[in-house]
Design a protein around this ligand. Sequence first.
Ligand code: HEM
Length: 179
Amino acid sequence: MKGIVFTEFLDLVEAKFGLEMVDKIINESDLESNGAYTAVGTYSFSEMLQLLQHLSENTGISKDDLLLVYAEHFFAVLAESYPGLIETYKDPIEMLASIENHIHIEVRKIYPDAELPTFEILERTDNSLIMIYKSSRAMHYFGLGLMNKTFEHFNSSATINLEKIKEDGTEVKFTIQKN
Ligand code: HEM
């Protein structure tokens, strides 16, 4: 997992819960990096899982809710870092339908070692999209947060339903309906 995902995560934890919480979750985890991340580095996904688990235990907020809120913050980071990628699009459905064949392809050119999910489109209309998310990382709530913010970015909103195809969240069906 790319370092920018860790640095932004710890910045948000500090902003919401304070520096003591950052130190606490790092100390409670067994991290090869020792909790020292650089934006361009690459780290084991298990480090993110441990940080999330300990933040969840210390705050009583579920890991899914933490990932959702974190993704909403991360969207702003992506929009600021890669404005050109988002400006290509005029419509949120069009943008979400292009993650697989454009956006994440560009991301892989920048970070060849990025660990990205796949999105398979089952159905698409002007106002709706049905896609299957697949990833061994089961970050579907992270996807949901990014989708919410994609609609907000275009001054729009949507009703998004998640249906787990695999109980562990490694395969999830997203049904997106523009409001
Ligand atoms: C992960 C870039 C838009 C879904 C990532 C990562 C990057 C990235 C750098 C981390 C990869 C790693 O740590 O190895 C971008 C950029 C975008 C964008 C630059 C737009 C300009 C989106 C959107 C979605 C999405 C709109 C909506 C669903 C995900 C998910 C992950 C991810 C779910 C987590 C990894 C996983 O589930 O396996 N993306 N992304 N991305 N992205 Fe995107």
